[in-house]
Design a protein around this ligand. Sequence first.
Ligand code: ZN
Length: 221
Amino acid sequence: MLKIFAQFIDLIFENSCVICNKFSRQDLICKSCESSFVIRNESSSIKSFQEIKVYSWGFYDGNLRDGIIALKAGKKKLTNYFANKLINFWKTLPQNVTNKNYLVIPVPSHKKRIKERGYCQATLIAANFAQTLDLSFTNNLIIRKKQTKFMNSLVNREERIKNINDAFEIINSINVKDILIIDDILTSGNTLCEIAKTVHKKFPEINILGLTVAAGDRYSI
Ligand SMILES: [Zn+2]
């Protein structure tokens, strides 16, 4: 009896929406929570920084914010869910952006953080994205050599820049013209800018584009 009860609890838990916890059959995020996501329009989906342009699918707010927090907190299956959102978003972008022969790379997590979480969410999303769209992928170009604090835990611009400065290192050589860097969220943009800077130091000719599931405006600079 106890075993049946445990199986029943598992079934409910396995089939619950990660945001509202309501029973939701096969959906990791139920239709009701999903319908409240605020998706960016054409002009608000792109942000330009000195070395990189970044496209982001949604606003890092409300239920989408909770979904991304769950993604970082151990809900590994959400990597496929968010990869699909990015793939569909990518297909809506202008052809002159999407028609290049990109090498897809993730924003790497520090090895200690991967050990804690059991996976790197940006790597899984980027790998799924590249495989589905038949693009090249590597998670062996850049490593995060410095264990940085979460960027959204730092409210001050100087702190965020100092936190990420020299955090990445190129560990391999490549022979491509275009790189697409994928991450879950874009906050200040400092992380992607730092990676772009690191890549450009070694490979100044490479064109780099960023793509994230969500972006927050609170920390925009
Ligand atoms: Zn829900």
